[in-house]
Design a protein around this ligand. Sequence first.
Ligand SMILES: NC(=O)C1=CN([C@@H]2O[C@H](COP(=O)(O)OP(=O)(O)OC[C@H]3O[C@@H](n4cnc5c(N)ncnc54)[C@H](O)[C@@H]3O)[C@@H](O)[C@H]2O)[C@@H](O)CC1
Ligand SMILES: [K+]
Length: 481
Amino acid sequence: MRHAYTVETVRAAERTLMSRLPPGTLMQRAAAGLAAACGSLMHGTYSRRVVVLAGSGDNGGDALYAAARLARRGAGVTAVLLTPDKAHPGGLAALRRAGGRTLPPEPEAADQAIAQAHLILDGIVGIGGRGGLRPQAAHLARTARESRATVVAVDLPSGIDPDTGETPGETVHADATVTFGSYKPGLLIDPAAEHVGALRLIDIGLGPYLPPPELEALQHADVAALLPTPVGETDKYRRGVVGVVAGSERYPGAAVLAVGGALRGGAGAVRYVGPGAEAVIARYPETLVTSGPPSKAGRVQAWVVGPGLGDDRAARQAVAEVLGSDVPVLVDADALRLADRDQIRRRTAATVLTPHAGEAAALLSADRADVESARLAHVKQLAEAYQATVLLKGSTTLIAQRGHPVRVNPTGTAWLSTAGSGDVLSGLTGSLLAAGLTARDAASVGAYLHGLAGRETPVPFGAHELADRIPQVWRSVHPRT
Ligand SMILES: NC(=O)C1=CN([C@@H]2O[C@H](COP(=O)(O)OP(=O)(O)OC[C@H]3O[C@@H](n4cnc5c(N)ncnc54)[C@H](O)[C@@H]3O)[C@@H](O)[C@H]2O)[C@@H](O)CC1
Ligand SMILES: [K+]
């Protein structure tokens, strides 16, 4: 599991740890890790040209100390000081002792040094930065981006909001980020995460001083431990039956895709309810189909409702019936519009809502662009407002449930934004719910497998190919399945 902590939490842990160590120890630990990472990114240090963009805080200090280490090992180092009279004194002295030279941030000289660099260390701001970069720093960030050098962000790409993943203005675009002590939410959530590049964590000893995280990301081993595995004495009901209410005369394909996802999610059987039965059976003969309303469909352990459902009376009625049941329900697509909001809040069994940014905006009466630029705040707000588990789909999928750290899905690719992809995800996640996972785990594992399937399917792909790919990625996560 990867854990991420907000600035306030990191600073509190750092204070406690620092009080037990000689002054400057943490910065030296950070600088040593950073210098080693830069050395390996440059495949050596001798005759490499390194430019440091140094702000006046401790982030600049980390960068200067690391650059001094590189200079001692043969690199030619130039530091561009954003505020020369306020540069970190210790870091600056160390760099000068090691033979590094400094430049004020005058555009011409700085631009020239950047143009010739092999590696640029972005030490403009770290967790102390607020708001978009100021004009001088913004200019350097743009010049660095346009150069051919490898850009390494110190702790985080300057200009991103470490707590939220928002990018309030110009930011550094890094090829790699070396972060200290712990991950920060902004490194894992878009739009900021897009500018992070390869992410490396340097342990500076904070671990024992950190409380439960604010954000977490499952890794293969976590997902493997959560995947449902049939045991000796079992049958389809004990493995779980998932009911899928999806598709319409107009969109029978959504029914096929949702069932396709559900068949790959570990439930023992999939029951389909709706007007797409013929199309579903033609593709997946193992599906149990029913033509009546969901309440007459027979026993299920979880429902998926919504993909391609349309919005006629029957659809509205089906959504209300499913929400009236006492088993976990996943509400997607059209059902997010049709559902009675109070009925969602009144439910006692688990409810999972799976909106994309546009649907989330409608549920919150907000702007889509605002949801996309501040995903973390909005997913939490949704979970709170609807008293449900919310999976906010998109460039970084987030899963929120009140009282728990938000989860960010680390898998996925922009190729997943294809028609029907969400239908497969809802079927898959509903199946995991029926198999007995909690709402939060089902949503996280569903997003993880779906994202991996997106990465493993040859592109460009159609959504049905994603469903077909799930067994392979399942086995890659859990080889002994
Ligand atoms: N506190 C600690 O124990 C440790 C801190 N470390 C480093 O220290 C950093 C935090 O240092 P600070 O608290 O000094 O803060 P920062 O160095 O992150 O930022 C503060 C400086 O940036 C300037 N600044 C703020 N917003 C700006 C903007 N939008 N555009 C341009 N300049 C801006 C401020 O004027 C100030 O000079 C961490 O990110 C990390 O790199 C590491 O050395 C590890 C240990
Ligand atoms: K930085």
